[in-house]
Design a protein around this ligand. Structure first.
Ligand code: ATP
Length: 234
């Protein structure tokens, strides 16, 4: 079953057409990656799903309902949560307070269980729960950003460049946790520059170039396609 269906999506910034009629599907319980070079339109596309970027035309169906151009907080309330590029940690708060901010839409009695599940994915956040978020390392801040999105019990988790600026070993940790989150039944749409590593964890991937999809397929198949990787992902 497709939890997200994007049809003929067009996004313009003034006279610049950033996304030029994209069609894509995300099956429930899978990791789907959007890859491509700088300026391909990946961020525009994922931000249109969270409502942060306005769409000119087309459809974005979430469980069959068109969520195109709906306000971001309403989309989040429906179950689509973004862990944004740049992480957006609230520096004046502790780690745990940041996590609690992510739970603002869920019933209070669910919070202890959700916190425990985030701490099971990210033991480092539990160790640092009383620490000011501003003192976390880059990798820990990324974990906090994902954890905060999970506190809202999303059906779909949107990740915009979770590996950005992180050391390879931390990227490996975070990607392993993304697999665990998928295995727990969540659906993940991920934008990444780090194409090879992402293809290894993606159930399905779309390659964008200048606002159009130029290739798509299972991650494990695309990762072996040298000419594709050299042409678009090198
Ligand atoms: P990157 O990885 O560099 O962020 P991307 O694939 O995510 O690239 P987008 O950020 O979606 O690509 O950008 C797609 C195109 O839209 C680019 O040509 C970019 O310059 C343009 N663009 C993006 N945001 C804006 C904006 N706010 N105003 C004008 N043009 C924009």
């Amino acid at each position: 079953m497709n939890i997200i269906e994007i049809k003929d999506l067009v996004i313009d910034y003034g006279i610049v057409r950033a996304v030029k009629g994209v069609n894509l599907n995300v099956k429930k319980g899978t990791i789907v990656a959007l890859l491509g070079s700088n300026g391909a339109g990946k961020t525009s596309l994922i931000r249109s799903v969270s409502g942060a970027t306005k769409v000119k035309s087309g459809e974005i169906l979430f469980n069959g309902v068109d969520i195109k151009n709906i306000e971001p907080y309403k989309i989040a309330g429906m179950g689509v949560k973004q862990s944004p590029e740049g992480r957006m940690i609230l520096n004046g708060l502790t780690v745990e307070e940041n996590l609690l901010v992510g739970a603002y839409t869920v019933p209070k009695k669910r919070i202890p269980e959700l916190l425990q599940s985030v701490y099971t994915y990210f033991p480092r956040l539990q160790e640092r729960r009383k620490q000011q978020a501003s003192t976390l390392s880059g990798g820990e801040q990324q974990m906090l950003s994902i954890g905060r999105a999970l506190m809202g019990e999303p059906e779909v988790l949107l990740l915009d460049e979770p590996s950005l600026g992180l050391a390879p070993l931390i990227v490996k940790d975070i990607f392993e946790i993304i697999i665990k989150i998928r295995d727990a039944g969540k659906t993940i749409l991920i934008v990444e520059q780090n194409a090879l590593q992402t293809l290894k964890i993606a159930d399905y991937a779309y390659i964008l170039e200048l606002g159009k999809i130029v290739s798509e397929g299972k991650g494990q198949d695309l990762v072996k396609d040298e000419s594709l990787i050299n042409a678009y992902l090198g």
